[in-house]
Design a protein around this ligand. Structure first.
Ligand SMILES: C[S@@+](CC[C@H](N)C(=O)[O-])C[C@H]1O[C@@H](n2cnc3c(N)ncnc32)[C@H](O)[C@@H]1O
Length: 245
């Protein structure tokens, strides 16, 4: 089979027109891996990017217009291959879900599965989540935010790349409605401690499990792919569940 030429600088396949969207910044919480997509994932973009894809460069969205109804809005950052987000969107059809992920094969997989199931309550950005939060999501518009098993960047010199930092949590708090939920989980103890420290210090938040405590896994969160991987490696799991005051 003839392979598509790969751009040596970006690692992107040159005849594939769908690109991860981001703005210039010095520290990123991810690296975009040059990975070939399966034929099915590529086809998914042609079939389903239209109904499911949103663009960073279209600016601020009104979820009522996007979903054609008024319903609670859940935002997930870094859905990976998307299986757990798909499961949640199917299980909670009374809510509208927006997923953000930079990894094209995961986006392809999620929209393919959502399209086959004709799911109406899901949209995705293939973009840097911080850029999307800044440019596309209105303050006070989210009912729930979720971040599951973010990249732990365990080497000390890489820890500035961890997405959970005081400034990021403040940005998220501004996007939540009063009473909205902020849910994070990790299988990396040192990152769990960092999350706890940052979330406890944010005055807009209240810990639903009591000050300084991790929470039991809420019913609405299915096991994720990375969680299963962590479990195989003998890692623990820490959930953190806060409410905006
Ligand atoms: C370790 S994986 C976890 C995936 C999934 N949540 C799970 O539990 O299986 C973290 C994911 O976050 C994505 N990611 C990291 N930083 C991001 C950002 N700034 N915007 C969007 N996605 C991001 C990565 O591409 C990666 O797929």
């Amino acid at each position: 089979m003839q392979e598509d030429p790969i751009n040596e600088q970006t690692g992107e396949e040159e005849d594939f027109p769908y690109r991860t969207e981001f703005k210039k910044k010095s520290i990123r919480s991810y690296v975009i891996r040059a990975g070939r997509m399966t034929e099915g994932q590529r086809r998914a973009f042609d079939n389903y990017w239209g109904p499911y894809g949103l663009s960073l460069f279209d600016g601020s969205i009104d979820p009522k217009e996007v979903f054609g109804r008024e319903a609670p809005v859940v935002l997930e950052i870094g859905f990976g291959m998307g299986d757990s987000l798909l499961e949640m969107a199917k299980a909670e059809q009374d809510k509208d879900f927006i997923g953000i992920e930079v990894h094209p094969p995961g986006v392809g997989r999620l929209i393919n599965n959502a399209g086959k199931e004709e799911l109406k309550n899901l949209r995705v950005y293939m973009a840097d989540a911080v850029d999307v939060l800044n440019d596309c999501i209105a303050d006070g518009s989210l009912d729930r935010f979720q971040l599951y098993f973010p990249d732990p960047w365990h080497k000390k010199k890489h820890q500035k790349r961890r997405i959970v930092q005081p400034e990021f949590v403040k940005l998220l708090c501004n996007k939540l409605k009063p009473g909205g939920l902020m849910h994070m989980a990790t299988d990396w103890e040192n990152y769990a401690e960092q999350m706890l420290e940052v979330l406890e210090a944010e005055t807009m938040l209240e810990n639903t499990a009591g000050k300084g405590n991790y929470a039991p896994r809420p019913e609405f969160r299915p096991q994720t792919k990375f969680e299963r991987r962590g479990e195989r490696l003998g890692h623990g799991v820490w959930d953190l569940l806060y409410k905006k005051k």
